[in-house]
Design a protein around this ligand. Sequence first.
Ligand SMILES: Cc1ncc(COP(=O)(O)O)c(C=O)c1O
Length: 392
Amino acid sequence: MKIELSDKLKSFKPFLFEELYRKERAERAKGKDIISLAVGDPDIPTDRRIVADAVKEIKNGRNHRYPNTKGNENLRREAAAWHKRRHGLTFHPHDEISILIGSKEGIAHLPFVVMNEGDTCLIPDPTYPTYRTGVVLCGGKVHDVALEEKNGFLPDLGKIPQKVVDRTRLFFLNYPNNPTGAGATLDFYKDLVKWARKNNIVIAQDAAYCEIYFDEPAPSILQVDGARDVAVEFYSSSKTYCMAGWRIGWVVGNSKLVCALNQLKENIDSGPFNAIQNAVAYGLKHHEKIVPPIRAHFKRRAAAFCAALKANGWQFPDPKGSCFVWARPPVRCSSMDAVYHMLEKSSILTAPGSGFGKYGEGYVRFSLTEPDVKLKEVERRIKTLDWSSLRK
Ligand SMILES: Cc1ncc(COP(=O)(O)O)c(C=O)c1O
């Protein structure tokens, strides 16, 4: 039998990072000592107290039964308590918070609950690629919204054509931003909420990097009056607690959207392992002890790495948060030329800005999620890199 794959599947290109992993493996097979700063996968191990709690929870037979899709009450209550401490906001754990199998899962499913075939979703450019997934699967259209350096990598709402706005049901954003490292202010969120309410558009603000900020704590869009009428926010334990492999996230905000997403997911998954949910609940409960050293670590790394890049002619605004540096190489060239040049001449693998969208062209993304010794070695290699062959 000849198996025919669906048109929908064919419309997906391989996930950007899979392509990069493949390239890295091929170079390693040639015997090269590749250092990869291409993906944002934190190297810092999960706090030993969270691990110890997880071990205890794994041994508890009560956790061996099915979880429920929206997440266990312990975790939803701890998430609500954390939002109260962190943002001064009260969320009902029953219908304003739902647990996800990593925020990526919820992000990919959200379009199904608000979009019909032909509806438009606004997606930033450059972007985190998963925002497109659900939109494409539910037959929606994507309208790219430029994030430009001159605007602090914030979208210019006035530039989105009104006829696009009229067809739009959903707008994905993420601050602190992957890939640019930019931050959003509460004033920006106020304007955005006002605009979204006027135009009847759901806002999905992805706060995966909200705890990796370098100056002021990153605000939540839900702090804006009226935001709960139009917005949900996605949270993740992956970067906050360096638990990327454990797969827990949550969605919080507008209860109609939170419950609708949960209703959809009840037909797809049965929620993450209760032992792991309880371990994340432990992390949230002890957040103020566990997270500041992680944040300080990323801040120190970013300061040292940015200084080294700038000393070698790279140009960029300093990141406000996240674990990324988004920079233009010392000579004007395409993102791919820059990435191949670094890979071939210095065995450094980075992510090409153009892979995140057309407005990413000319940039390279460095992910500071490798141990400090490796980052120092990258700094050393960058210093010796000769860019003259790419000078036009
Ligand atoms: C902007 C952004 N959102 C969401 C995610 C997914 O995080 P999670 O591990 O919670 O699925 C990532 C992961 O890299 C990300 O960069």
